[in-house]
Design a protein around this ligand. Structure first.
Ligand SMILES: [Zn+2]
Length: 649
C-alpha cells in the first residue's frame, strides 16, 4: 500500500490546486473560488471552450504533516479534500469522525449524514453544528452542480441493438414462466430478464459520462431508462390476479395487445399515489390524535419497577430503530448503543418497553435514553413525534407513482404459525398445505374499512388469524395463530361459516390454505398498520409480539418506514386495554398473563375515551362529549395533552 502511494505522481498543476485548497480558510471557500478551480466555460469572444483549471477527481496525497486530520499518508482527491474542509473541518466535526475518503454517491452521502447525526445523539456536537453541516452540504452541492453535474448524453436516448436482440431471445426462453398462472413465477422471470438486460446496459454505458447521474445512485436507471428504452415489463392485472408482461419499451411503441394493460398501469400508478396522499395524511391525523397524550417521565433515572419485557428479533433492517433502549440480560439491564447493536443482529432481545410500563408517564427504564438525548420538550411531548412514520408512508406512496417496478417474495413456511408444527407443509409451487383438520378464524373489523375481499373461492385478508388444528373427532390438537403479517388470498373450501365476530374457514387434511407468494409493496404495509393497530376490535396478535410482527411485515415487504420501534410500542400500549386502563400495567405486573386477554380498541374509540378536547380536535365531537360526560360522572380523569396546553395558554 505504502509503495503504491509513493508511486502516485502528482502533476505540477495539481500541486498548485492542492496548495490553494490547503491554504484557504474553509470559511472563505465560496462559489467563485470553486468556479475558478473547477469550472470550464465558453469564451464568448473567441467562441472556444476553455477547459477548467483543475479536475476535482485529480488524485492527491495527504500526510499528517500537510493536513492534520489524516492519520497516515492518504491517497485522495481534490474534491474530497474540499468536502472535508468545507463540511467537516469548518463545522468542527472532522475531529470526531476523521478524514472521509469514500466516494460521496447516494449511499456514501447517506452514510456520512448518519454518522454526523449520531454525533448529536452522542452529545459530541450540538444541534446547531448539525444544522450548519446540512447547510454547508447543500450549498456545496448547489454551487457545484451547475458546472460539474452531467446531464443526459446521446447514449442514453436510444434503445441499444445488442440489448434488444438479447431481449427477444430471453422472452423466448422464459415464455412458459412469463405466461404462467402463478403471478410470482411471472414476476420472478420478468425480473430475471430485466436484470440481465440492465446489466448489459450498464456495461455499454460504463465509460459514458451521462451514466454518472445513475452511477451515483441519484437517478434510477432501472426505472426511467428501462421503461423508455429496454422494456416496460410486468403490469399487474387485478381482475385476472396475474401479470401482463409487456415486452416493448416505450420507444419501440405500444403494441395493440399492450394498450389495455398500459392504460391500466397508468391508473394503477396514479391512483394509489393520489389516494395515498390523502390516506397517509389521514393516518397521520389518527396517530397524533391517538398518541398525543403519551408522555415520558422527565426524570432520566425513573424506574417503574417492572420486570416484564417484550421479545424483538434484531435484524440488519431494524437494528437502527432499537438503539438507546434498555434490555434485560439475566438480572442485568443493558443499554443498546450505536456501537453494540450489531452484536445483537440475528438474536432476540428482551426489551423494556412502554408496553410493560406500570407508570402513567413512561419511566426512563421502559422508554430508553433516546428521547432524553433529544431534549426535554421531546420527552414531555413524545406522542407528537409519531407522525415520522406516516410522513415516510406518504413519501413511499408518492414515489410508487414514479417507480413501476414489481417485486414479489415468498413467505418462510416455518414462520407461518406462532407455534412451529408438523401439521403444515409447503408444496413445490409454493402453497401452504395442511395435513390435519384446520379452522381459521378471520376477525370482522369496523364497518368503515375494507379489511378483506370475499370472492367465490378465495378471501383476501391479513394472514394473522386465530388457527385451530383438530383431529378427525373434533378434538383440538393445537390452538395457535397464523402469523403471515401481510395480505394473503385464503382458499375458501366448501361453505364459509361465521359467528358474531369472525368468519370461519375450514380445511380438511390435504387441502391447500393459500399461496405463500405475495406482492411486496407499501399497500401491504399500510393494510397491516390499518388493520392491526388502527381498526381491529379484537386481539389479533399476542400482546408482547406486536412490534416484532410489525417488523416482520416490513421485512417481508422489503420496506423501511424509518420509525423507531417505540412508536409501535406506544400504539400497542395505547390501543390494547384492560378495563379503563392500558393492558401494559397488567402485562408489566405479570408477564405470564394470557397474552390474548386484552381488549382491543379501534383508534376512534381510543381517542373518544382519552378526553373531550382530544375527541373534539379530532372529529368526533358528539361522541367525545358523551363519552367524557360519562367519564366525569364515573370519576375518571382525562389526561391533559400538549394540544390542550396550547389552547388553554
Ligand atoms: Zn416503566
Amino acid at each position: 500500500m505504502a509503495a503504491e502511494l509513493q508511486s502516485t505522481t502528482i502533476s505540477g498543476s495539481t500541486q498548485v490546486a492542492l496548495d490553494r485548497i490547503l491554504s484557504i480558510d474553509p470559511h472563505n471557500i465560496n462559489m467563485t473560488f470553486l468556479q475558478n478551480m473547477f469550472a470550464g466555460h465558453m469564451d464568448k469572444e473567441t467562441g472556444t471552450m476553455i477547459e477548467p483549471n483543475f479536475k476535482p477527481t485529480a488524485k492527491i496525497q495527504l500526510t499528517p504533516s500537510t493536513y492534520k486530520f489524516v492519520k497516515q499518508p492518504t491517497e485522495t482527491t481534490l474534491g474530497l479534500l474540499i468536502l472535508n474542509r468545507y463540511l467537516l473541518e469548518m463545522n468542527d466535526i472532522i475531529q470526531h469522525i476523521g478524514y472521509q475518503n469514500n466516494p460521496i454517491d447516494n449511499k456514501g452521502l447517506d452514510k456520512l449524514n448518519t454518522e454526523v447525526n449520531n454525533l448529536v445523539l452522542e452529545d459530541k456536537i450540538t444541534v446547531d453544528q448539525l444544522v450548519a453541516y446540512v447547510d454547508a452540504r447543500d450549498r456545496l452541492g448547489f454551487w457545484c452542480s451547475g458546472f460539474l453535474a452531467v446531464s443526459i448524453t446521446p447514449a442514453l436516448l436510444l434503445p441499444m441493438d445488442n440489448v434488444l436482440k438479447r431481449k427477444a431471445q430471453l422472452f423466448k426462453e422464459h415464455d412458459a414462466d412469463l405466461h404462467s398462472d402463478n403471478p410470482v413465477k411471472q414476476v420472478m422471470a420478468n425480473n430475471a430478464i430485466e436484470k440481465e438486460l440492465m446489466d448489459m446496459v450498464r456495461e455499454n454505458l460504463k465509460n459514458d459520462s451521462g451514466y454518472d447521474f445513475y452511477r451515483s445512485g441519484d437517478g434510477n436507471l432501472n426505472n426511467n431508462y428501462k421503461n423508455i428504452n429496454v422494456m416496460r415489463g410486468a403490469i399487474f392485472d387485478n381482475g385476472l390476479k396475474k401479470y401482463h408482461i409487456m415486452q416493448s419499451s416505450l420507444m419501440e411503441g405500444i403494441k395493440p395487445k399492450d394498450i389495455t394493460p398500459q392504460a391500466n398501469s397508468v391508473v394503477a400508478a396514479a391512483y394509489p399515489s393520489a389516494i395515498g396522499t390523502a390516506e397517509a395524511g389521514y393516518m397521520s391525523k389518527q396517530m397524533i390524535a391517538l398518541l398525543q397524550s403519551e408522555a415520558i417521565d422527565l426524570d432520566p433515572n425513573s424506574d417503574c419497577g417492572t420486570q416484564s419485557t417484550i421479545p424483538i428479533t434484531v435484524t440488519d433492517s431494524n437494528k437502527q430503530f432499537l438503539i438507546f433502549r434498555n434490555i434485560k440480560e439475566g438480572n442485568k439491564i443493558k443499554e443498546t448503543t450505536l456501537h453494540n447493536i450489531n452484536e445483537y443482529v440475528g438474536k432476540t432481545i428482551n426489551l423494556y418497553s412502554p408496553q410493560c410500563c406500570l407508570h402513567n408517564k413512561i419511566c426512563a427504564k421502559c422508554a430508553g435514553k433516546l428521547f432524553y438525548l433529544l431534549g426535554d420538550d421531546k420527552v414531555s411531548n413524545v406522542g407528537m413525534l409519531m407522525s415520522v412514520i406516516t410522513k415516510k408512508i406518504l413519501d413511499l406512496k408518492l414515489k410508487s407513482k414514479h417507480d413501476l417496478s414489481q417485486k414479489a417474495g415468498f413467505m418462510d413456511a416455518n414462520k407461518t404459525f406462532l407455534h412451529p408444527n408438523k401439521f403444515v407443509e409447503v408444496t413445490e409451487d409454493g402453497h401452504l398445505k395442511t395435513n390435519q383438520f384446520l379452522k381459521l378464524y378471520i376477525p370482522k373489523y369496523a364497518d368503515d374499512i375494507t379489511a378483506y375481499y370475499i370472492e367465490a373461492t378465495t378471501m383476501t385478508c391479513l394472514g394473522i388469524n386465530k388457527a385451530r388444528f383438530e383431529d378427525g373427532h373434533g378434538n383440538v390438537i393445537l390452538d395457535t395463530i397464523m402469523t403471515v403479517p401481510t395480505m394473503v388470498d385464503l382458499n375458501i373450501i366448501g361453505d364459509m361459516q361465521e359467528n358474531m365476530d369472525e368468519y370461519i374457514l375450514s380445511y380438511e387434511p390435504g387441502s391447500l390454505i393459500c399461496s405463500l407468494a405475495f406482492q411486496q409493496n407499501i399497500a401491504n404495509v399500510c393494510q397491516y398498520l390499518d388493520l392491526v393497530f388502527m381498526n381491529s376490535k379484537l386481539p389479533l396478535i399476542p400482546y408482547n409480539l406486536i412490534p416484532d410482527m410489525t417488523f416482520r411485515n416490513l421485512d417481508l415487504n422489503k420496506i423501511s418506514i424509518d420509525g423507531p420501534s417505540i412508536i409501535y410500542e406506544f400504539m400497542a400500549r395505547r390501543l390494547c386495554r384492560h378495563e379503563r386502563d392500558t393492558f401494559a400495567k397488567v402485562y408489566g405486573t405479570d408477564p405470564n398473563v394470557n397474552l390474548m386477554s386484552y381488549t382491543k380498541l379501534g383508534y376512534r374509540q381510543a381517542v373518544q375515551q382519552a378526553g373531550a378536547t382530544q375527541a373534539m380536535l379530532f372529529e368526533d365531537i358528539s361522541a367525545g362529549i358523551n363519552v367524557n360526560l360519562a367519564n366525569t360522572l364515573n370519576g375518571v380523569e382525562s389526561i391533559e395533552t400538549p394540544m390542550e396546553k396550547i389552547i388553554r395558554a
